[in-house]
Design a protein around this ligand. Structure first.
Ligand code: UDP
Length: 454
């Protein structure tokens, strides 16, 4: 007898058009697709992901928006998002209205990135269930909620108070004022407004976070209590939903061959993610420190990451000399494969949340040099909660760089840290493998879509 064809329910995903947000959203899409949903991804700009054959099962829609991906880099994320949200509100309503007509009202849920809060107006109008997806850590989410509750004036005053910077922020131990997620890309006033918007999740049915309970149990408990909504830790999604790569930039795989020739756990991998910038002066100190450490290093230098030049052309010749001996440079690396490579012994990172999870997932200790936003929160946690990272603060000097590299890769002093990194990786794997933490959260979420809110 012919099996009856069951129409799949649809989930609409709304990612922020930036690498660190698109990747976990696409992983989530893959996981939900595997659980039997159809997936529609609403983009504000057409990009590589939508044309990738890895996502040929997904349906992509692009809503009209006058901002482009390059505006994200020129304006910086904060100003970009503050402009993008009002622009997209009505076009997203039209998009959902058409989709509802076509799909016969069969949308199970809209999952939107917390920074795409324009989605709220449309889900409210069409009375659709919605879920807020946070691609940062649960602790960074807690910080945003706490800071949104402080009035704007005292927030600005506290953040500017130089004497307060080393003190622990009340209720956020071990985070100090200087670890709080402030932004180099905009004013404190705009940031406070943004935190008020993103922490307002009242219209949503649930919050999902790309994290695991074994990493952030107390922050998750705080959110569960304060938001009065189900909060699901469904990550790390790059492990829980092993999906193909969703890179917005072309990966240079030649570095894998280079890594193949290096000794086990000897290489420092350096990457600052998709948005962080680096001063020429700091790059020189790093190059000196790395060179003096005598360890090989793989450096992903993203085009546009050095102010005033397209790529490395503005760097002095001294830089190329230092790098040529022991280093290998690419514009964009296949990061997950690099971190998994047996030759990699340490990761110098800006501590974006994806990079942090990817490093923890491979048991690689980190050199933490946060640039902005939640990266400071992650760096502080890496250093003083999970204790698998060295946090480099203040002026960057070659001696400090050399010491940090030696400590993580060769010195006895770093042995405990290397061991803790492996222990944490195993703890994370065990929590996923037994299916009782993050995996069961994903199942709970699926049941939530399938049964509770039908
Ligand atoms: N990434 C990559 N190749 C690179 C640098 C980064 O594939 O050369 C990926 C990395 O694996 C991660 C993402 O880009 O998934 C960066 O996200 P993260 O949250 O760490 O930082 P953001 O880019 O948001 O600042």
């Amino acid at each position: 007898m012919e099996a009856k064809r069951v129409k799949k329910r649809r989930i609409v995903l709304v990612p922020v058009p930036a690498q660190g947000h698109v990747t976990p959203m696409m992983h989530l899409g893959k996981a939900l697709y595997a659980k039997g949903f159809s997936i529609t991804v609403v983009l504000t700009q057409y990009n590589r992901v939508s044309s990738s054959k890895d996502f040929s099962d997904f349906h992509f829609l692009t809503i009209p928006c006058s901002l482009t991906e390059s505006d994200l880099h020129t304006l910086g994320p904060l100003k970009f998002l503050m402009k993008l949200n009002p622009i997209c509100e009505s076009s997203f309503k039209n998009c959902l209205s058409n989709l509802l007509e076509e799909q016969g009202n069969d949308i199970a849920c809209v999952v939107y990135d917390e920074y795409m809060y324009f989605s709220q107006a449309a889900v409210k109008e069409f009375q659709l269930p919605s879920v807020v997806f946070s691609t940062t850590s649960a602790t960074a989410f807690v910080c945003r909620c706490v800071l949104a509750r402080v009035n704007a004036e005292s927030f600005i005053k506290d953040m500017k108070d130089l004497e307060a910077q080393d003190k622990v922020f009340p209720g956020l131990h071990p985070l100090r004022y200087k670890d709080l997620p402030t932004s180099v890309f905009g004013s404190l006033e705009s940031l406070h407004k943004m935190y008020c918007e993103v922490s307002n999740v009242r219209t949503a049915s649930a919050v999902i976070i790309n994290t695991a309970s074994c990493l952030e149990s107390s922050s998750l408990a705080w959110l569960q209590r304060e938001l009065q909504l189900p909060v699901y830790p469904i990550g790390p999604l790059h492990i829980a939903a092993s999906a193909p790569c969703s890179s917005l930039l072309e990966e240079d795989r030649s570095c894998i061959e280079w890594l193949d020739k290096k000794k086990p756990s000897s290489v420092v991998y350096i990457s600052l993610g998709s948005l962080a910038l680096m001063e020429t002066k700091d790059m020189l100190e790093m190059a000196w420190g790395l060179s003096n450490s005598n360890q090989p290093f793989l450096w992903a230098i993203r085009p546009g990451s050095i102010p005033i030049s397209e790529w490395t052309e503005s760097l002095p010749e001294e830089f190329s000399k230092l790098v040529s001996e022991r280093g290998y440079i690419v514009k964009w690396a296949p990061q997950m494969e690099v971190l998994r490579h047996p030759s990699v012994g340490a990761f110098w990172s800006h501590c974006g949340w994806n990079s942090t999870l990817e490093s923890i997932g491979e048991g690689v200790p980190m050199i933490c040099r946060p640039f902005t936003g939640d990266q400071r929160v992650n760096a502080r946690y890496l250093e003083s909660v999970w204790r698998i990272g060295v946090l480099l603060e203040g002026e960057l000097e070659k001696e400090t760089v050399e010491r940090a590299v030696k400590m993580l890769i060769v010195d006895k002093e770093g042995e405990d840290m290397r061991k803790r990194a492996i222990d944490l990786k195993e703890k994370l794997e065990a929590s996923l493998g037994s299916g009782d933490l993050s995996c069961s959260s994903l199942d709970e979420l699926v049941n939530f879509y399938k049964y509770k809110i039908l």
